[in-house]
Design a protein around this ligand. Structure first.
Ligand code: FE2
Length: 303
C-alpha cells in the first residue's frame, strides 16, 4: 500500500495526469496535505455547527447532484433555511471537486458518472451501527441499491474538522485479498445469465452505460456486495491482515478507489466526500481492476 503525497496540482502534464490515474488504479491513496478544494470559512462553521444546533441534521447526509436533492435530513422538523443552505453548500462542494478532478484526472474525462456526495457530521469512534454498516471494520465498497456493472468507485474526501485528524487503516488491494479468500471462502461469481446480458445491452443501448441504478445486478455486483459483507464479518481477516495507518490532517483531502482498497475509519468527525463511478474502459491500468481480477479467477465474463 502506498500513499502518494501531492503538493502541487497546477499545470500537470498529460503524462503526469495519466500517472495519477495509474497510481489510483494500482491501489494508492492520493493525498493532498492542503486540500485543493476551497471552502468558505462561514460554510465550514455552518457545517460544524449542525451537530450542536439542529438535531434534525445529525445523520449521515447524502447529496444527489443530478437532482439537487438531500437525503438523511428530516425536512419536516429541520429549519427550512438551514436545509437550503446545506443543499447549496453540498452543490458547491460537488461542483468544485468535479471541476478540480476534470483537469487533475483528465484521462477519465467524459468517462465517469457523478454519484452522490455526503456530509459526515458524526464522530466515527464508537458509533453504534449494525455490523455490515460499520465504518471501523476493513471492507471494500459496494452499493446495495446501486450496482455499478464494473464501473469503479472513486471517492474524494475532505477532512473539515478544525483541528483533528481523520484516522484510517487500509489493507492490501483487491487482487491479493480476493486471491486469498475468494476461491475457498466465498463463492466466486458465476457467469452472467441471458437475462443479465439482455439488461446490459439494453443499458448500453439507451446510454445508461455501466451504472444504471434500476437495472439488474450483474454477477460482478453480487460478488462485490458479498465480498464487502464477508470482509466485515471475517474476524481472522480483520485481525491478521496487513494494516497501514493513515492520519489525514484537518484541512487535507485524499482520494482512493474504495472498491479495491480495503479501508476503515477509526476516528474523526466532519468530513465531506464526493463519489464517482468511472467506466471500466477508462482504466489506464485495467489489470488491477476488481472486474479484471475476478474474470481471471473465474475465466468468465461477469458483466
Ligand atoms: Fe467504505
Amino acid at each position: 500500500m502506498s500513499l502518494v503525497t501531492i503538493t502541487a496540482t497546477e499545470n500537470g502534464s498529460a503524462e503526469q495526469h495519466r500517472q495519477w490515474c495509474e497510481s489510483l488504479e494500482a491501489g494508492s491513496i492520493l493525498f493532498f496535505p492542503k486540500s485543493p478544494i476551497a471552502l468558505a470559512d462561514s460554510d465550514l462553521q455552518f457545517l460544524r455547527g449542525q451537530q450542536q444546533t439542529d438535531s434534525s441534521l445529525h445523520k449521515n447526509i447524502a447529496y444527489k447532484p443530478k437532482s439537487n436533492e438531500l437525503t438523511g435530513v428530516d425536512t419536516k422538523t429541520a429549519n427550512p433555511a438551514a436545509v437550503d443552505r446545506l443543499r447549496a453548500i453540498m452543490r458547491n462542494y460537488s461542483q468544485s471537486v468535479t471541476a478540480f478532478l476534470t483537469g487533475f484526472l483528465s484521462p477519465y474525462a467524459g468517462q465517469w458518472q457523478l454519484d452522490y456526495a455526503s456530509f459526515r457530521p458524526q464522530e466515527e469512534e464508537g458509533r453504534d451501527l449494525p455490523l455490515r454498516r460499520r465504518n471501523d471494520l476493513l471492507h471494500t465498497d459496494a452499493f446495495p441499491t446501486r450496482p455499478t456493472h464494473g464501473a469503479r468507485i472513486l471517492r474524494f474526501f475532505n477532512n473539515i474538522h478544525p483541528t483533528r485528524t481523520r484516522d484510517w487503516i487500509v489493507s492490501d488491494p483487491f487482487r491479493s485479498v480476493a486471491a486469498k479468500y475468494a476461491p475457498a471462502e466465498i463463492a466466486l461469481p458465476q457467469p452472467d445469465s441471458g437475462i443479465g446480458r439482455a439488461f446490459k445491452s439494453l443499458a448500453t443501448g439507451i446510454g445508461l452505460g455501466a451504472a444504471a441504478p434500476a437495472l439488474k445486478r450483474s454477477p460482478y455486483d453480487d460478488f462485490m456486495m458479498r465480498f464487502h459483507n464477508f470482509l466485515k464479518e471475517n474476524r481472522a481477516f480483520q485481525s491478521s491482515c496487513s494494516k497501514y495507518d493513515y492520519q489525514f490532517p484537518a484541512g487535507s483531502s485524499w482520494m482512493v478507489y474504495t472498491d479495491m482498497v480495503p479501508h476503515a475509519v477509526l476516528c474523526g468527525q466532519y468530513a465531506l466526500e464526493q463519489t464517482y463511478l468511472v467506466a471500466p474502459q477508462a482504466m489506464v491500468a485495467p489489470q488491477h481492476a476488481p472486474l479484471t481480477v475476478l474474470q481471471e479467477l473465474t475465466g468468465a465474463r461477469l458483466i
